[in-house]
Design a protein around this ligand. Sequence first.
Ligand SMILES: Cc1cc2nc3c(=O)[nH]c(=O)nc-3n(C[C@H](O)[C@H](O)[C@H](O)COP(=O)(O)O)c2cc1C
Length: 115
Amino acid sequence: MSKLFAPLKVGRKTLNQRIALVPMTHLRADNHHLPLPSMKEYYGQRASVPGTLLVTEAIVISPQHGVYQNIPGIHNSSQIAAWKEVTRTVHEYCPVLNAVHSARTDIGRTFAENS
Ligand SMILES: Cc1cc2nc3c(=O)[nH]c(=O)nc-3n(C[C@H](O)[C@H](O)[C@H](O)COP(=O)(O)O)c2cc1C
């Protein structure tokens, strides 16, 4: 059997196979960077094989960080509540979830300067 489908321990978790979802921005947030319900559906579908590692897309951690239109944020209570929903949905299938990461400050500046 290919090693690709062999389990792999990552920290305290064990992946059932070695294929992970890479971070991919898919613009499923509203104009206030609030994740839309389709975000939950997107990650829930990709978590439907147990033991899969999902890495989320870039997430804005403050209004000063990397502000592209319609990418998700996690710096206010509405955004945090929406991500909790995503996490809850994913964990229904899959104990191994998502490392999140922030967008870059220089991208934010570039966007602000150009708009
Ligand atoms: C449509 C698209 C959106 C992407 N969004 C992100 C992102 O939000 N954050 C990130 O770190 N990488 C992002 N990437 C980069 C992919 O994760 C990267 O291409 C993937 O890890 C494969 O790596 P490689 O391009 O070096 O082969 C994106 C790639 C694509 C094609």
